[in-house]
Design a protein around this ligand. Structure first.
Ligand SMILES: Cc1cc2nc3c(=O)[nH]c(=O)nc-3n(C[C@H](O)[C@H](O)[C@H](O)COP(=O)(O)OP(=O)(O)OC[C@H]3O[C@@H](n4cnc5c(N)ncnc54)[C@H](O)[C@@H]3O)c2cc1C
Length: 459
């Protein structure tokens, strides 16, 4: 029998396994993917959000607890636990020396991400390098690793963990950490959660999954059936508008199209549907997945002209290019009459002041609905480009209710030896909304707590 069993193989699971091992526990980690796909969504990440009172290695200026908390409060609309959120925020200020000890390296933010240089520490080599470093360290410390081992269910006795079952294998342990992601990869569950809309469509059928295919939510569903206390709304998720040509899974960061605030977005009927210049892109990119999900066919089209080129991160797929707007509409299979009506109305409504994409500038529309409140310039300089975008689910927020010791609850009673970390409990902090880098802050903080607590429970 092992002391601590960790289920999952991404950031939260690895942090838990390393902490439990450092506390002297014998640790077994079960990951459902094969070795070459290990690391879950964590392999796609770039950075984590960190509080700091003064400049710290790769982070400039200061990003204090109160500002971080206010940022979280704003994006979640108050749908968060202040106690757990502050715990994550404080932990984010001291975790990096520990991460470095396990081989993670940081770098300052590069061109295109400079607006995050104060708040987010970037992983050198991205999330893939981070999970590889953690796996190397875990192996060196004697953590036992098993790939291709999806856990189907748990054996529980009065809220106490007894064993995990994977096919006909049974793994007993004195304590267990659940860190096996949300249910974002489970298309059936997404379909059920989003239901059918007034047009008779099943919106989730048109979603793409930005990360791993292995976060099927099997244990989340199992825990719900076992009576574990649950938190969050199944339709709440981090959801971005991504290139419609992206693969169904694992398209990662490069399928994002960051040009929306530089142009206009129309639906498949050729109509605009939201203010593209409402706020800075890093504060708004995560609302567009949901906005596109509400449109007919769950598709939107980002339209820009050559003035926008060079002002956003080049996406992996080139845009559809045309010398005239009617040609572009035809190339994108949009109704050209309605499309031109929309574009002409928008162009005529632009009141161009001093264009500056780095501030909330005074270029705006007048007399058109919806308005574009910043960076509004006529789309009039060929060549023109269009990108079809679909909702891209990053991760879901439905999860297990927990506390500052990462304990799983059954009927408001904490389990003595079952803990949870990462996406599987992120909904305690993120009831809705998102602020860049906080997923890894939550997973690192709670992964470390869960590992320590599991080792203590096992002892
Ligand atoms: C494209 C993309 C970019 C992102 N960028 C960032 C970023 O820059 N910063 C940030 O903070 N967040 C980012 N995120 C979000 C971030 O990935 C998550 O918040 C974080 O990685 C969650 O860590 P986790 O360990 O909980 O889940 P994961 O890393 O997804 O790990 C879950 C693991 O559990 C395994 N698993 C699932 N079910 C089972 C089972 N039944 N049995 C055994 N194993 C199982 C999976 O194979 C997987 O390895 C990004 C996500 C995506 C998709």
């Amino acid at each position: 029998m092992h002391d601590v069993l960790v289920i999952g193989g991404g950031n939260a699971a690895l942090c838990a396994a390393l902490m439990a091992r450092e506390a002297g526990a014998g640790v077994l980690l079960l990951e459902s993917s094969p070795r070459e796909w290990r690391g879950g969504n964590s392999q796609h990440t770039r950075n984590l959000r960190c509080m700091h009172d003064a400049p710290q290695d790769v982070l400039v200026e200061a990003y204090r607890e109160e500002e971080f908390w206010q940022d979280l409060l704003k994006v979640t609309g108050g749908n968060t636990s202040e106690e757990l959120a502050r715990l994550v925020i404080r932990a984010s200020s001291s975790c990096r020396p520990w991460m470095r000890r396990h081989g993670v390296r940081f770098q300052p933010s590069l061109a295109g991400t400079l607006h995050l240089s104060r708040t987010n520490a970037f992983f050198m080599g991205g999330g893939k390098a981070l999970v590889n470093a953690y796996y190397r360290s875990a192996q060196a410390l004697g953590v036992e690793l098993r790939y291709d081992t999806p856990v189907d269910s748990l054996e529980l006795r009065d809220g106490r963990f007894v064993a995990a079952l994977s096919g006909n294998q049974r793994f007993e342990a004195r304590a267990c950490v659940l860190a096996c992601g949300g249910f974002e990869s489970n298309r059936e569950w997404l379909r059920e959660a989003w239901g059918r809309n007034e047009r008779g469509e099943w919106p989730a059928d048109n979603f793409l999954i930005r990360g791993t295919r292995f976060n099927q939510g099997v244990l989340l569903r199992h825990m719900m059936a076992q009576g574990a206390d649950i938190i969050g709304d199944p339709t709440q998720a981090h959801c971005v508008a991504i290139d419609a040509r992206a693969p169904l899974y694992d398209g990662g960061i490069v399928t994002r199209v960051d040009a929306v605030s530089l142009g206009v977005m129309v639906n498949r009927e050729g109509r605009r549907f939201y203010d593209e210049g409402e706020d800075f892109w890093p504060k708004r990119y995560a609302i567009w997945g949901r906005l596109v999900a509400m449109q007919p066919g769950q598709v939107g089209y980002c339209i820009i002209d050559s003035k926008a080129i060079g002002r956003f991160m080049p996406p992996v797929f080139p845009g559809v290019k045309s010398d005239t707007l009617p040609e572009l509409a035809r190339a994108l299979a949009l109704p050209d009459h309605e499309f031109m009506k929309t574009l002409n109305a928008y162009n005529a409504a632009c009141r161009v002041g001093t264009f500056d994409h780095t501030v909330l500038d005074d270029c705006r529309t007048e007399g058109v609905a919806p308005p574009k409140t910043h960076w509004a310039r006529p789309i009039d300089t060929p060549p023109f480009y269009g990108y079809a975008l679909k909702p891209g689910i990053t991760f879901t927020y439905l999860g297990l209710k927990t506390d500052a010791r990462a304990r799983v609850y059954f009927g408001a009673e904490p389990s003595p030896n079952l803990f949870v970390a990462g996406e599987m409990m992120a909904g305690n902090v993120l009831g809705q909304g998102y602020t860049a880098g906080v997923g890894m802050s939550i997973g690192t903080a709670f992964g470390r707590i869960a590992g320590t607590e599991a080792a203590r429970a096992a002892a």
